[in-house]
Design a protein around this ligand. Structure first.
Ligand code: NAG
Ligand code: NAG
Ligand code: NAG
Ligand code: NAG
Ligand code: NAG
Ligand code: NAG
Ligand code: NAG
Ligand code: NAG
Ligand code: NAG
Ligand code: NAG
Ligand code: NAG
Ligand code: NAG
Length: 484
C-alpha cells in the first residue's frame, strides 16, 4: 500500500498531493429516455434514482409507452452486483400513465432494509400523493422473487399507516419526494429504518415534512420540520452522518405571485433569482428535534415547532437575492461527519461553483472553485456555471485514505453534454482541486449517483455508479474508486 501511495505521489499532477485516477469499469443502458422538452429522468432532487442494498442495485426511471409517445410509465430495474448473471432486469408499471411534460415529475426510490420493501414516489408537482410499496422480502430475498410489477400494490394517495391524518391536508400539493435509509446503528430494535421527505405547498409557498417507515408496520408522521413564511426551503439533500445525525442544508425561495404563468420549467417570475442564503440544521433523533450549528435547539416536532426563516443561527452564509445561489444542487456527509455542499453564487460578478463545508469542530469554509485559468479541463468546466444550468453532485468516497471529495460537474455551456469529475482532499484542506476524469460529451442532463453502493461498511462494493442521460440512452456508468 505504501509503495502504491508513493508511486501515486510521484505521478501526481501539480494540483494534488496524491494523484487520483478514476476508471470507468462498465457502462450499461437501462432504456430510451422519453422525448420530452423537460427532463423526467436525471433531476438533481431525485433521492434516489439508484439504490444498492443486499448485493443488488435498483434503478427507477420513465420509459415511453410503446404505442403512444405522449405517455410515459414509471419503470424499475435491478441487477445483481456479483455472480454469473449481472444483467439488468426491468419492468414498467403499465397501470400508470405519466403525461405532463414537467421536469418536476421525477421518480424517487427507497428501500426498507428491515422488511425488504421497495418504496416509490413519482409524478409530483403540487398534486396528490403518488406512492406505491412492494411486498415484503423483495429486497431481502432478491433471488427468490421474479422481477415484475405484480410485486407492488396499487398507487396510493396516502402513506399506509397514516390513516388518522386528513389526506386532504397532509398529502395534497406534494412535490419532491425523497427517501433516505436510516443507518443500521440508528435503527432501534424493530424501529423505523426509512425516511420520506417531501414538500407540501408550491414554489415560494411551501413546507417540508418528514415521515418514517417502520418495517412490517407502516409510515408515521415525524412532522413539518421546515416551514416557509412567504417562501419555501429548497434543500440540497438530506443525509445522515456516520453517527446517525440527520443533516440538511437549504436555500430559501421568496414568493413572487406568478398566477397565470407556466411553471413547468424552473424559471421566473418565481425562479431561482429569488433564492437567498445557505442554511444548515441537524437532528440527533431522526428529525424529532433540530439544532443549529452551535447545538442550540431550534425546532421540536412534538411541540409542532418547525424551523422557520427567522430561527436562530440557521444562516451559515448570507447570500442575497440575485446572488446566483441555485436550489437543490448537492450535499453529502463524509466519514468524519463533515457536511459538504456544492452550490453556486454570482456575488462577485461571475457565476461560479462553490464548495461549502463544515469542519469537525463546526467551522464553515466557503471556497469558489478555481477559474479555468487555474484548472485544466477539456470542458473549461469551472468557467461554465449559469444561474439555472444543470446541477452537479458531491460525493465523499467512504474508503478514500486521503479524505477525498469528488464533484460530478455537468458542463453548463449552451448545448454541451460534457461531464467532468473533480477531486480535492482533506489533507489539502479541500483547496487542491484537480480534474480526475472527464468526457467532452455523453451527459445530456443532471447526473445522479448511488449513495449506498459506495460504502463497503454498509453492504456496498465501493463502486461509484452514476445515472446519466447519454444522448437518448438512460445509462449507468460505474467507476472504480480504488485510487481516489
Ligand atoms: C421528439 O419530438 C419532437 C416533437 O415533439 C419531434 O419533432 C422529434 O422528431 C422527436 N424525436 C424523436 C427522436 O422521436
Ligand atoms: C395509458 O396509455 C395507453 C397508451 O396511450 C392507453 O392505451 C391506456 O388506455 C392508458 N391508460 C389509462 C389508465 O389511461
Ligand atoms: C396518447 O396519449 C395522450 C395522453 O394521454 C392522449 O391525449 C392521446 O389521445 C393518446 N393518443 C392515442 C392515439 O391514443
Ligand atoms: C456460476 O459460475 C461458477 C464459476 O464460474 C460455476 O461454478 C457455477 O456453476 C455457475 N452457476 C450457475 C448457476 O450458472
Ligand atoms: C457490466 O454490467 C453488465 C450488466 O450489469 C454485466 O453483464 C457485465 O458483466 C458487467 N461488466 C463488467 C466488466 O463488470
Ligand atoms: C393544491 O391541491 C388542491 C387539492 O388537490 C388543489 O385544488 C389546488 O389547486 C392545489 N394548489 C396548487 C397550487 O397546486
Ligand atoms: C396572486 O394574484 C392573483 C391575481 O392577481 C390572486 O388572485 C391571488 O390570490 C394571488 N396569490 C397569492 C398567494 O397572493
Ligand atoms: C419537545 O416538545 C415536547 C412537547 O412540548 C417536550 O415534552 C420535549 O421536552 C421537547 N423536547 C426538547 C428537546 O425540547
Ligand atoms: C453575474 O453577475 C454579473 C453582474 O451582476 C452579470 O453581469 C453576469 O451576467 C452574471 N453572470 C451570470 C452567469 O448570470
Ligand atoms: C472558459 O470560461 C471562461 C469564463 O471563466 C470564458 O471566458 C471562456 O470563454 C471559456 N472558454 C471556452 C473555450 O469556452
Ligand atoms: C444550441 O442549440 C440551439 C438549438 O439547436 C441553437 O439554436 C443554438 O444556437 C445553440 N447554441 C450554441 C451556443 O451552440
Ligand atoms: C455514452 O454512451 C456511449 C455509447 O454507449 C459510451 O461509449 C460513452 O462512454 C457514454 N458516455 C457517457 C459520458 O456516459
Amino acid at each position: 500500500m505504501r509503495l502504491l501511495g508513493l508511486l501515486g505521489a510521484l505521478s501526481c499532477s501539480s494540483a494534488g498531493v496524491y494523484a487520483a485516477s478514476l476508471r470507468v469499469v462498465n457502462v450499461t443502458t437501462l432504456g430510451v429516455d422519453p422525448n420530452t422538452t423537460n427532463h423526467l429522468n436525471g433531476e438533481s432532487f431525485q433521492q434516489d434514482a439508484l439504490v444498492t442494498f443486499n448485493g443488488y442495485q435498483y434503478a427507477a426511471y420513465y420509459i415511453s409507452d410503446t404505442s403512444n409517445a405522449s405517455v410515459r410509465h414509471p419503470s424499475l430495474a435491478r441487477r445483481a452486483l456479483t455472480g454469473n448473471d449481472t444483467a439488468w432486469e426491468s419492468f414498467s408499471f403499465l397501470d400508470y400513465n405519466q403525461t405532463e411534460d414537467d421536469g418536476h415529475d421525477i421518480i424517487s426510490l427507497g428501500v426498507s432494509h428491515g422488511d425488504g420493501t421497495l418504496h416509490l414516489g413519482w409524478d409530483q408537482h403540487d398534486n396528490d400523493l403518488n406512492y406505491r410499496i412492494s411486498q415484503t422480502g423483495v429486497a431481502t430475498n432478491p433471488s427468490e422473487v421474479g422481477w415484475s410489477a405484480s410485486l407492488f400494490g396499487v398507487t396510493l394517495d396516502q402513506l399506509p399507516g397514516t390513516e388518522s391524518l386528513d389526506k386532504s391536508v397532509y398529502f395534497i400539493n406534494v412535490t419532491y419526494p425523497r427517501f433516505l435509509s436510516v443507518p443500521t446503528a440508528k435503527v432501534d430494535n424493530g424501529g423505523a429504518d426509512l425516511l420520506l421527505e417531501l414538500r407540501v405547498g408550491r414554489s415560494g409557498l411551501g413546507d417540508d415534512w418528514l415521515y418514517k417507515y417502520t418495517p412490517n408496520q407502516g409510515w408515521s408522521l415525524i412532522g413539518k420540520y421546515l416551514e416557509g413564511v412567504n417562501n419555501n426551503a429548497y434543500i440540497n439533500g438530506i443525509d445522515f452522518d456516520a453517527n446517525g445525525n440527520l443533516m440538511t442544508t437549504w436555500t430559501y425561495r421568496d414568493y413572487v405571485n406568478d398566477t397565470g404563468q407556466d411553471v413547468a420549467v424552473q424559471a421566473g417570475p418565481n425562479g431561482p433569482e429569488n433564492n437567498h442564503d445557505l442554511n444548515f440544521a441537524f437532528s440527533t433523533n431522526l428529525g424529532e428535534t433540530w439544532q443549529n450549528n452551535w447545538n442550540q435547539s431550534i425546532a421540536n416536532m412534538t411541540a409542532q415547532q418547525p424551523i422557520v426563516p427567522v430561527s436562530a443561527g440557521i444562516v451559515i452564509f448570507g447570500i442575497p437575492k440575485y446572488g446566483g445561489i441555485l436550489n437543490q444542487e448537492a450535499q453529502t456527509v463524509d466519514p468524519e461527519g463533515r457536511i459538504h455542499v456544492l452550490n453556486r453564487e454570482n456575488t462577485t460578478g461571475t457565476e461560479q461553483w462553490y464548495h461549502y463545508w463544515r469542519s469537525t469542530t463546526h467551522h464553515w469554509t466557503r471556497t469558489a472553485l478555481p477559474l479555468p485559468s487555474e484548472l485544466q479541463s477539456i470542458n473549461n468546466i469551472t468557467g461554465t456555471p449559469t444561474v439555472i444550468g444543470k446541477r452537479g453532485k458531491i460525493v465523499a468516497p467512504p474508503q478514500s485514505p486521503h479524505g477525498s471529495i469528488l464533484l460530478i460537474l455537468p458542463d453548463n455551456a449552451a448545448n454541451s453534454t460534457g461531464l467532468s469529475i473533480l477531486r480535492s482532499t482533506a489533507v489539502g484542506h479541500f483547496r487542491d482541486w484537480e480534474v480526475v476524469w472527464e468526457a467532452e460529451s455523453g451527459n445530456a442532463w443532471e447526473p445522479l449517483f448511488d449513495r449506498y453502493r459506495l460504502d463497503t461498511r454498509t453492504g456496498g462494493d465501493g463502486v461509484l455508479s452514476l445515472f446519466v442521460v447519454n444522448g437518448t440512452a438512460i445509462q449507468v456508468l460505474d467507476f472504480d474508486l480504488t485510487d481516489v
